[in-house]
Design a protein around this ligand. Structure first.
Ligand code: GTR
Length: 328
């Protein structure tokens, strides 16, 4: 009888182990993306999924959930960290509060332009950010382009910092952005992306800020038709995977995964450049008033309290800020 019990236990254990490894092997990962069909990130993430299954012979598969159907961005970031979701394409804005090193990209005007941002990400500063992300459970697979963000509203062109005074401006969930609006004399209103259109329309906020493609794809231009080209934030977007899932993979599978993500990034960056232009043209044709700000120095000077606060909270990250500023 004892003997039989032992065999039973052995069989049950084997079944469990086989069952577990099958479920680990054949598991289809779930990927989060906030954007709608046709958006560069949406197309590129689908390409990533396609390449992944192709390159791994179907061993690693990813099902993409677009349009933020799996929840808000801050929630989805948390889900990928704890393993509720495996993969995500995130803006670094809402990741910043969790990863101080990576929050450096959310300092207004830290990058001279998008090319400068790529040089920084490709260098030592990029490595420091990726290490910080990994410590918090997010392994970097690739970087996507998100251009530059500028202010738009329904009231008036923003020509000088004082024009933001008294305006209610929606920002992403990150204290640096709230600090940025306060430093300009406005009232920051942190809010999920999905709520912005209605809030602009009903006057809950007067304005918001984003790049051309998001301004266009969300229809924000219909309800906030004055776009002032401040380009105050240049924030990259990450494609990342849960750290435990990453660690469970063989070096070969890790290589395949990274390659697929990197190839999708090449596509995304190309589509991005085209979409930026197309979106700008579309909204201008629809009647949006574009206000250029050739001299941004007054806006840059106004950001001193934002930098001071970041460095006060993270004194050890001063060298990182200086490294970025010194990167040619
Ligand atoms: C977009 C970005 C989204 C989201 C959005 C926002 O440019 O791609 O991930 O962060 O901005 O303003 O919330």
């Amino acid at each position: 009888m004892k003997h039989l019990k032992r065999i039973g236990l052995f069989v049950a254990t084997v079944v469990l182990i086989i069952g577990f490894s099958v479920s680990v092997q054949a598991k289809e990962w779930r990927g989060w993306n906030i954007h709608v069909a046709g958006y560069p990130n949406t197309v590129a993430m689908d390409k990533f999924a396609e390449l992944l299954s192709e390159k791994s012979g179907g061993k690693m598969t990813l099902k993409m959930y677009h349009s933020g159907t799996l929840g808000s961005q801050p929630d989805a970031i948390e889900q990928v960290r704890i393993g509720g979701l495996e993969i995500g394409n995130f803006n670094m804005g809402p990741i910043g509060p969790i990863v101080p090193e990576a929050n450096v990209v959310s300092l207004p005007f830290i990058f001279k332009d998008v090319d400068h941002m790529w040089r920084v990400l490709d260098g030592e500063a990029g490595k420091m950010m990726e290490a910080g992300l990994a410590k918090k459970g997010l392994v970097t697979l690739a970087w996507y382009d998100a251009g530059a963000r500028s202010f738009y509203n329904s009231k008036k062109p923003i020509e000088a910092p004082a024009d933001v005074g008294g305006m209610k401006v929606r920002v992403m969930n990150n204290d640096l952005y709230s600090g940025m609006i306060s430093a300009l004399g406005g009232n920051p209103s942190p809010m999920a992306f999905a709520e912005v259109y209605q809030s602009l329309k009903t006057g809950v906020v007067d304005g918001a800020e984003n790049n051309w493609p998001s301004y266009e794809s969300t229809g924000h231009y219909e309800v906030a038709p004055i776009y002032s080209n401040s380009q105050h934030l240049i924030i990259p977007e990450i494609v990342c995977i849960n750290a435990d899932v990453w660690k469970s993979l063989s070096p070969e599978d890790q290589k395949i995964l990274k390659e697929a993500a990197q190839e999708s990034a090449i596509l995304q960056r190309d589509l991005w450049k085209k979409r930026e232009k197309a979106s700008e043209e579309k909204v201008l044709a629809a009647g949006v008033k574009l206000n250029e700000i050739p001299d941004k120095s007054a806006f840059q000077a106004a950001m001193k309290p934002v930098y001071d606060k970041y460095l006060k909270d993270n004194p050890d990250l001063k060298p990182l800020v200086e490294l970025i500023q010194a990167t040619p």
